[in-house]
Design a protein around this ligand. Structure first.
Ligand code: SAH
Length: 266
């Protein structure tokens, strides 16, 4: 899979892709990450990428032309054609987009090419959103000072879903938010809820013990305990996820118990 990142701060990306799974995916040629300096697509002496907003107001707005020219240069065709390239999405990082979710990462992991446009200042001339990109995406309900951190986050979340990127492919099926079908009988589907708590050695840390069930070796008990913990954590921290989760009958009765328990607590 190929990522192209358009930014006025290309040096920002010296680092985030040099560790762990993303580094290994690059070394194994599962991904190529190309970072492009938007200032190369300016034509004045000062390489101007921003200008004052029409209509007045605070701050500066990023000019649209460098984005259009950069995309046209990358694809070797007019923006209108580039926008229809198969197996490709041109994405604008923006706090006004729909939220980036695990499902978004999974959908993009099925593409061959993802182009990520990073804004700065007060944002980007709206014609980029309207006529150049395929989608806008926000990484959360907060405002960053630039799209670079958001782009790095997207590359990371998508890369680890590429076939072969994770040491153990099954782990992606069970982690938080995973909605894939799982392998019946081996790894039950996570169903879109949070992951269960994990423990490793030492068995006792200060006075805190690892839950007994995890060291007793009864796999069915462990599975039930983990499911209950995952549901309890989701109910506590992200009850919104339960509205769309794929729940089994067993999950529903665990949740009913948990809710009843909660309502009894003073
Ligand atoms: N004035 C804008 C904020 C611009 S922030 C507003 O109020 O909506 C500058 C740039 O940072 C944006 O163009 C975008 O590329 C990036 N950015 C900021 N917050 C983001 C978020 N939550 N998700 C993705 N990109 C974000």
């Amino acid at each position: 899979m190929r990522f192209d990142i358009l930014t006025i701060f290309p040096e920002f990306f010296a680092g985030p892709f040099d560790y762990g799974i993303v580094r290994r995916a690059r070394e194994a040629s599962l991904t190529e990450i190309h970072v492009h300096d938007l200032r190369r697509y300016t034509h004045d002496r000062h390489h101007t990428v921003d200008d004052r907003p029409f209509g007045g107001g605070e701050g500066m707005v990023m000019k649209p032309e460098p984005f259009f020219e950069a995309v046209e240069d990358l694809f070797g065709e007019p923006a209108s054609e580039a926008r229809c390239a198969p197996q490709t999405s041109i994405v604008l990082l923006s706090p006004s987009g729909p939220l980036f979710r695990q499902q978004t990462a999974a959908r993009w992991a099925g593409l061959e090419r993802l182009v990520l446009l990073c804004g700065r200042y007060e944002g980007i001339d709206e014609r980029v959103a309207k006529h150049l990109v395929n989608e806008e995406i926000s990484i959360g309900d907060f405002v960053l000072s630039g799209g670079e951190l958001a782009a790095a986050l997207v590359v990371d979340a998508v890369t680890r879903l590429l076939p072969g990127a994770l040491g153990n492919a099954a782990s992606a099926l069970r982690e938080s938010f995973a909605v894939s079908a799982g392998e019946p009988g081996v790894f039950p589907p996570a169903g879109g809820i949070l992951d269960c708590p994990q423990f490793t050695r030492p068995r006792e840390l200060r006075c805190w013990q690892v839950p007994e069930v995890l060291v007793e070796g009864n796999h069915e008990e462990i599975r039930r305990w983990r499911r209950r913990q995952a549901l309890a954590k989701t109910l506590r921290n992200r009850p919104d996820l339960l509205e769309c989760a794929c729940l089994e009958e067993e999950d529903r009765s665990i949740l009913a118990e948990l809710r009843a328990g909660k309502s009894r607590t003073p």
